[in-house]
Write a protein that binds this ligand. Structure first.
Ligand SMILES: [Zn+2]
Length: 381
């Protein structure tokens, strides 16, 4: 099966392009990389790097700036723009970035739940046109697109799990989005994208392995192992929200009973507090109340943290990550306590549990990151 996530191997031209990608990746991840650093980091011969840089500069994609401490390479807008889209259950966020991952324009709108895929993409296209107009760039400047969905996505781009994102189930999201936008597209699960972004730019920086735990309308984890996303064969790795902790518990949308998600997903937390707070609340307002000392809100958030802690302890026993990055409104102290209690000491002794740094932007930034990888190389067409 051809995978949307791996490069096709092959010819001399393919080798040149893969070298170019390695050089570009250096420029994407570090601002102000010198030619010598790029050669060291990629392991390519200095002459090879110098050829690639000369070719990129001739195409207007790279600028060489003399800083006084040596010549530093910068990717310019001429290298093309990419689009990242985070399509949630109830929101759509879109970011347009340059190839150095700097976001130039960003838009966010609310969505009706269970929107069919075609309608979601139409909405994304409307946001894209508005964002491009804001920065005065044509559609032709965009060279790649990354899309995040709150459901398992396999290597061909097919969306699995019928009841989790009904509007997209059975669709090939890569095919649908490339047909609509006329661009190369990569699609991944939103928790995976959050993990990728936190690992690249946020609280997971510098760690070899992290688990990024996301709490929103769903509960999931994205896993980075040896610096790479670990997705499993069908893209379902890290679905900790569906660890069952109570055989006779509530029926989950996955079809199982007593899943962690049936206790801690945002909508269930709000349901518990509806009599107390009234309808139409958000997790943010529950946290604000808890901070003011509201005992019911404190109690519910503590219980949520404990349930999450149990699921995270299981994840640590199996996966033994270096760092857990928490993306969502959990109280950290009950969560830490339960991880220590249920985790094997050797799996949790050196474990760091930290808050995410990118907040609700993590998934859209991860979509930008995969868009950068899928964008064709410069001068290749
Ligand atoms: Zn479930």
């Amino acid at each position: 099966v051809t995978s949307q996530w791996t490069e096709r191997p092959g010819s001399q031209a393919a080798l040149h392009l893969s070298n170019q990608r390695r050089v570009l990746e250096q420029l994407v991840s570090g601002s102000g990389v010198t030619q010598a650093q790029a050669a060291r980091e990629t392991g390519l011969a200095p002459a090879t790097v110098s050829n690639i840089v000369r070719q990129l500069a001739a195409l207007g994609a790279v600028e060489v700036r003399d800083t006084g401490h040596g010549k530093v390479l910068h990717l310019t807008r001429g290298a093309g723009l990419v689009v990242g889209i985070d399509h949630g259950h109830r929101h759509l966020t879109l970011a347009v970035a340059d190839r150095a991952s700097e976001v130039l324009a960003e838009r966010r709108v609310s969505l009706a739940p269970n929107l069919p895929a075609e309608q979601g993409l139409r909405e994304a296209e409307r946001l894209l046109d508005a964002a491009l107009e804001e920065i005065d760039e044509p559609r032709s400047a965009v060279v790649g697109l990354g899309l995040g969905l709150p459901a398992p996505v396999d290597r061909t781009g097919e969306v699995g799990a019928p009841s989790i994102l009904p509007g997209w189930f059975g669709c090939n999201a890569v095919a649908l989005a490339s047909a609509r936008f006329g661009l190369p597209v990569a699609v991944d699960n939103d928790a995976n994208l959050g993990a990728l972004a936190e690992h690249t730019w946020g609280a997971g920086r510098g760690a070899e392995s992290i688990a990024y735990v996301k709490l929103s309308d769903g509960v999931g984890a994205g896993l980075v192992l040896d610096g790479q996303l670990f997705r499993g064969r069908d893209g379902t790795a890290g679905e900790i929200g569906h660890i069952s902790t109570d055989e006779f518990g509530a029926v989950c949308r996955c079809g199982n009973r007593g899943c962690v998600e049936t206790v801690i997903a945002a909508r269930h937390v709000l349901e518990l507090l509806e009599d107390h707070l009234g309808p139409g609340q958000s997790i943010a307002s529950v946290v604000a109340r808890a901070e003011q000392g509201d005992s019911a809100c404190l109690r519910v958030l503590a219980d949520t943290g404990r349930q999450a802690g149990m699921a995270i302890a299981s994840l640590c026993n199996v996966f033994n990550p270096e760092r857990i990055v928490i993306g969502g409104e959990f109280l950290l102290s009950p969560l830490r306590e339960l991880v220590r209690r249920h985790g094997i000491p050797s799996a949790t002794a050196g474990l760091q549990i930290v808050r995410a740094e990118l907040g609700p932007r993590a998934s859209v930034m991860g979509a930008v990151a995969i868009a950068l990888r899928t964008a064709p190389l410069i001068g290749s067409h």
